[in-house]
Design a protein around this ligand. Structure first.
Ligand SMILES: [Fe+2]
Length: 511
């Protein structure tokens, strides 16, 4: 699941973890002179901190009003009278639909998450399967890696950890989320041909304009993320509902906002979460947040190395991607009339209790602080009914993969009540884009020296680790290409856009 982060948050708070964040404190040494200069791989190095710097709810800070310009932004988005009417009507339709969704998730539980075998998904998924995946936004792909191989990977990683006792991890006294990016196992898993096949099939779910020269949905890249081996009984490592890809940026950045144009003009039913559009050019990180991600990830995902089911410390998701996207985007535009303390629950949620935040609009964007992760709760987003509508992933076996759309609201179960390790390798689906290839270029530099990728806490990382993975461990030409170690091939059969994008990527990589 994530690029993440853990930290030793405040002793008074339950410490949580997410993979979309990373904040492990680290120490610079003489051997990291580049970083000592404040730079890493050509990018500014991330500041030290802990998880509370990523999640406002963990920092204990009260919800702070955003600067005045956010009131103006809200007014601009709400628009003229015609748009206002459309928004109010769409809000009414949407909140009714969200109530149906909550009931459906409550009833179906894990059945809301489509499960598909590797063979079906990569060869000829049925229209029913595609439809179910597109409705949910999350899925399990079964048998991607042979069970025996995945089990061996876990043993190999455990040995790598044992051979390198100085490895950092969270929590410090019982490490479960490791600051490891370059083990042989991770390099092999990221470049595994069957994993690339799944990623290509995931990218096929999206559509891009034929003339779009900034994205290829045919070429997955390797983004080096962490791994976790969660222990039975653990409850330190949990994370509340959140989404990746920035917070206020979804409204403030014009390109990002454009992705959700249908929603913001009162036509949420028309919104297609599977259109790439401006996502590849959007600025998801306007405030250099400590948990921000330097690439556009179409899907977040992990490869399971263990048999793990609900209540065993697994991932939870809101399994209706269009509805959640619509509500997330519309929510700041509306305000309650009567507080929850003065009316019944149904009255509180009723559309008649909500109105557009117009005429001296507030600067409030619930759960969307600057430079923090976008978070959700029953207070900030009551119509989602998160207590009923977040569902744990179905049981996975070693070699299965879990995937969720880049806008999906997700969380990590508070407690691991299972009997064995809950182990995953975080490996997302990252398409070739110009922004992404620039990250890969910087990441390549860090890989060669054994340091964490630019998105992650700095330091010397695995530079001096015994048994660290090398370029020769990467499988095949596709794996080397995904790491920026081999030029992208060009041929006349490609569209002009694809060929130009690959040429530009090769140029950026100096290949
Ligand atoms: Fe996340």
């Amino acid at each position: 699941m994530f690029r993440v982060a853990i930290s030793s948050a405040r002793a008074s708070s339950k410490v949580r973890w997410s993979r979309c964040i990373q904040t492990q404190p680290h120490t610079l040494t003489e051997s990291s002179m580049g970083m000592a200069m404040g730079m890493m791989g050509g990018k500014k190095e991330r500041e030290e901190g802990d998880i509370s710097s990523v999640f406002a709810s963990l920092s204990g800070e009260a919800s702070k009003p955003l600067p005045a310009r956010f009131g103006e932004l809200k007014e601009k988005i709400i628009g003229d009278e015609a748009n206002q009417r459309a928004l109010v009507e769409s809000w009414s339709r949407l909140t009714k639909r969200l109530s149906e969704v909550a009931e459906e998730v409550d009833r179906k539980k894990q059945d809301c998450i489509p499960q598909v075998t590797y063979e079906e998904f990569t060869r000829s998924p049925s229209s029913n399967t595609i439809e179910a995946i597109k409705r949910s936004g999350s899925l399990i792909v079964k048998n991607v890696i042979e069970r025996e191989t995945a089990e061996r990977w876990l043993k190999d990683i455990e040995k790598y950890i044992k051979d390198n006792p100085s490895v950092k991890g969270f929590p410090k006294d019982d490490k479960q989320v490791f600051e490891l990016y370059w083990s042989k196992t991770q390099l092999i898993a990221r470049s595994h041909p069957r994993s690339f096949q799944v990623q290509k099939s995931l990218l096929k779910l999206f559509s891009a304009d034929e003339g779009d020269r900034e994205v290829s949905l045919h070429v997955p890249l390797s983004y080096a993320d962490r791994l976790r081996i969660r222990h039975p009984g653990d409850s330190q490592f949990s994370l509340g509902p959140h989404s990746d890809g920035g917070s206020v940026e979804r409204w403030e950045d014009g390109t990002y906002r454009g992705v959700y144009k249908d929603i913001l003009t009162g036509k949420w039913e028309k919104f297609d979460p599977w259109t790439i559009g401006g996502r590849v050019r959007a600025n998801q990180n306007m405030y250099d947040g400590p948990g921000s991600c330097g690439v556009f990830r179409a899907f977040q995902g992990w490869t399971s190395l263990s048999s793990t089911g609900p209540n065993e410390g697994t991932l939870r998701v809101y399994p209706f991607i269009k509805e959640l996207s619509a509500y997330v985007l519309l929510r700041p535009l509306f305000r309650e009339k009567q507080s929850r303390a003065t009316v019944t629950h149904d009255q509180y949620l009723s559309p008649s209790n909500w109105e557009l935040d117009v005429n001296t609009p507030s600067t409030t964007f619930p759960g969307s602080p600057l430079a923090r992760c976008q978070e959700y709760s029953d207070i900030t987003h009551p119509h989602l009914q998160l207590g009923r509508s977040m569902v744990s992933m179905p049981r996975v076996e070693p070699g299965d993969q879990a995937w969720w759309h880049c806008d999906t609201i997700h969380a990590v179960e508070a407690t691991h009540n299972g009997l064995g390790p809950s182990a995953v390798l975080y490996i997302p689906t990252v398409p070739l884009t110009l922004q992404n290839i620039r990250y890969i270029k910087d990441q390549r530099e860090n890989f060669i020296s054994g340091r964490p990728g630019p998105d992650f806490p700095g330091g010397v990382g695995e530079s001096n680790f015994i048994g660290r993975g090398m370029e020769t461990d990467i499988i095949g030409e596709e794996g080397r290409q995904a790491m920026g170690l081999k030029a992208f091939e060009l041929d006349d059969k490609m569209s002009e856009g694809e060929r130009l994008l690959r040429s530009k990527a090769n140029e950026i990589l100096g290949l």
